[in-house]
Design a protein around this ligand. Structure first.
Ligand SMILES: *Cc1c(COP(=O)(O)O)cnc(C)c1O
Length: 409
């Protein structure tokens, strides 16, 4: 990998090389170009605002093509280029990746790169709540209408398309409730009508769902979650499919977007172990989800790999595996019983982010973030992010929690 030739594509373009290696090998080697690592294993942290030139002539030449050339701190240094290059390499067929200071910033830049005033946007109804707020807030102010659709709509999305529909914002599985949409059917409709598809791929990462190869135009990750993997940095990415990178880059430059080199370094460090971490998250989460499904206190487990999760068949058909985030619906009971379950847990933190090495539990009320659909649940919902602890210890902790729930339900 270190011997890969110097990039000569210029201007941020250049179709990524899918390589003939397997995922775990690619996450170890990707982005470690010799001219960035200079002999050490990992690309170091290059912090910069000013770049110094030997002459005015050299300065002018640098400005003519800033791709992977030091120009000004906002345009990045090898630390950012290395992580962006790595994420592009994980998405066969991708044109390039831009990095952001958070997942939400990535979502905003991706949407702004394809939308203009007067445009219509379709948004999946189980989208991450800040995605909803962005579309009904800033985008509405810019004269862009957002309409929400049933996550299980599939090819029926064709009936919603208007003359001015320019983009479809997707997430799979959806936040909190984990429905898996029929992405190929929706993508086929969008492609036939020249509509851009954007996917929040934070849950699966390219290792479990290579979005660009499946026809998505812009795939987004909150790298804050599995890429960083240690709950200690905020970071977002957008990887662009064919023909989409120039607009993404220009929009992001104009917005002044730059991810900090220190956080990108943490992202690169996390990426090297992402394949093994995801494999363990998958194994532990499945064990716990299957155990929860046997419990009388649990009405339903919302895990895409379990048969009663809506869209399970799409998951089996389209995904290479599952990650560590899912939710479960309690069998009746109220919020106080749910709070008792969560508050008494020893090994699960109570917090919003996820994808780190540590387990988390969160009460969630998805009804509040819906407008096109009104899902009906048998009781309150708990979302779990399964970390890297021994799953049997997590099960013991949850079993005691379900006992607390039962006495109050
Ligand atoms: C956390 C999250 C985001 C936002 O990421 P931040 O880095 O916290 O801004 C986006 N999408 C999904 C699905 C998330 O869970």
């Amino acid at each position: 990998m270190g011997r890969r030739p110097v990039d000569a594509e210029g201007d941020g373009r250049g179709v990524s090389d899918p390589g003939d290696r397997r995922d775990a090998t690619r996450v170890v080697g990707a982005g470690r170009r010799a001219e960035w690592t200079r002999g050490v294993v990992s690309t170091p942290v290059w912090r910069a605002s000013t770049i110094l030139y030997d002459s005015v002539a050299e300065m002018r030449a640098a400005g003519a093509d800033t791709h992977h050339r030091l120009f000004y701190g906002r345009r990045g240094t090898p630390t950012q280029w290395s992580l962006a290059d790595a994420l592009t390499a994980l998405e066969p067929g991708a044109e390039g990746t831009f990095l952001y200071c958070s997942g939400v910033a990535a979502i905003a830049a991706a949407l702004l790169s394809v939308l203009n005033p007067g445009d219509d946007l379709l948004v999946i109804d189980n989208a991450y709540d800040p995605t909803r707020s962005l579309t009904t807030g800033l985008l509405a102010r810019l004269g862009i209408t957002a309409r929400f659709f049933d996550p299980m709509i599939g090819a029926g999305i064709a009936d919603l398309i208007r003359d001015n529909t320019r983009a479809i914002m997707l997430e799979s599985p959806g936040s909190l409730t984990f429905e898996v949409p029929d992405l190929p059917a929706i993508i086929a409709v969008a492609k036939a009508q020249g509509i851009a598809t954007l996917l929040d791929n934070t849950w699966a990462t390219p290792l479990l769902f290579p979005a660009i190869a499946r026809g998505v135009d812009l795939t987004i990750m909150a790298c804050t979650k599995y890429v960083v993997g240690h709950s200690d940095a905020m970071l977002g990415s957008v990887t662009a499919g064919p023909g989409r990178f120039a607009a993404l880059r220009d929009t992001s430059f104009q917005l002044g977007q730059v991810a900090s080199p220190d956080d990108c370094w943490l992202g690169s460090r996390g990426l090297r172990t992402m394949a093994v971490r995801l494999a363990q998250h998958e194994k532990s989460a499945l064990k716990i989800a299957r155990w929860l499904a046997t419990r009388p206190e649990v009405a339903q487990v919302r895990h895409p790999a379990l048969p009663d999760c809506p869209g399970h068949a799409h998951f089996v058909r389209d995904f290479k595996g599952s990650s560590g985030l899912f939710s479960f619906v309690l069998n009746g009971g109220g919020d106080a019983a749910r709070v008792a379950l969560i508050d008494g847990l020893d090994l699960f933190g109570i917090g919003y982010s996820w994808g780190g090495f540590e387990s988390l539990a969160l009460p969630c009320d998805p009804h509040r973030y819906r407008s096109a659909t009104t899902p009906d649940f048998a009781g309150p919902i708990v979302r779990l992010s399964i970390g890297l602890e021994d799953p049997d210890d997590l099960i013991d902790d949850l079993a005691a929690g379900l006992d607390r729930f039962r006495t109050l339900a």
